[in-house]
Write a protein that binds this ligand. Structure first.
Ligand code: ZN
Ligand code: ZN
Length: 254
């Protein structure tokens, strides 16, 4: 099981996951050259990629999709609603598929779970094989009970810590944008991510805090908030390896 967050934040998102010899990407929001360069650094060549799963159609998750598809033979899977909402779909290679709730990919079970976010049909993904489970949950307006259930039991979790509400409210964003981010269909606050971790019965071995706002968050603040809330609630964070994923650099767990 390997994970590499190739880049995470409002300017572009893509996460590499390997399980049982299956190599995948979740989202294609960063340039193909950077994706290939990062993958090469961890020994992954374009021909090894078998699938790309898209969470939703916002630019920061799909803007590199066309070049990525042309540079690999990977099949692309997403919800039907997202597929319909993809821009310039006709120009993409004919390797687009649909995932409703679950599908098999070789030895893996892939599950798409709905999230509250202002897109056509947004999802997070979990990948499991036997007892092992990796989950990605970003672009969450709110942790619903089904998202909470979907992240449970993950060994590796990529979880959104988008903003600090105080920084956001004091910051320079226009009020409608502040409202969108703070709302139930926007992005997840640091503290809400921390509570999702508190509520897990089995906490992950590895967590990437992801999709941080460059304007309304700081990496240290995201980490401190998560660690503080876990401590206050008597939940042990010491057994968890926490990495705050960066926008412009790769963060690897293997
Ligand atoms: Zn989005
Ligand atoms: Zn996003």
């Amino acid at each position: 099981m390997q994970t590499a967050v190739l880049g995470s934040g409002s300017k572009g998102n893509s996460v590499y996951i390997e399980m049982e010899g299956v190599h995948m990407l979740v989202d294609a929001g960063i340039g193909v050259r950077r994706v290939m360069k990062s993958l090469k650094e961890i020994g992954v060549t374009p021909d090894m990629l078998s699938a790309v799963f898209l969470t939703h159609e916002h630019t920061d998750h799909i803007k590199g999709l066309g070049p990525l598809m042309r540079a690999t033979q990977a099949r692309v899977y997403t919800r039907p609603g997202t597929l319909s909402a993809l821009p310039k779909k006709d120009e993409l290679p004919d390797r687009l598929g649909v995932i409703h709730d679950t599908m098999k990919l070789g030895p893996l079970t892939v599950r798409a779970f709905s999230t509250l976010h202002d897109a056509a049909d947004p999802v997070g993904y979990s990948f499991s094989a036997g007892q092992a489970k990796c989950t990605l949950a970003t672009d969450l307006g709110f942790i619903t009970s089904s998202v909470q259930a979907a992240i449970e039991g993950s060994d590796m979790l990529v979880l959104e810590t988008n903003h600090d509400p105080g920084m956001l409210k004091r910051g320079s964003y226009p009020w409608p944008l502040k409202q969108r981010i703070l709302g139930n269909r926007g992005h997840l606050a640091n503290e809400d991510a921390a509570w999702a971790l508190v509520h897990m019965r089995k906490r992950p071995e590895k967590i990437f805090l992801a999709h941080l706002s460059e304007e309304n968050n700081r990496p240290e603040l995201a980490r401190e908030t998560v660690e503080r809330v876990l401590k206050e609630q008597g939940a042990d964070s010491l057994s968890m390896d926490i990495t705050v994923a960066r926008q412009n650099d790769m963060d690897v767990w293997m």
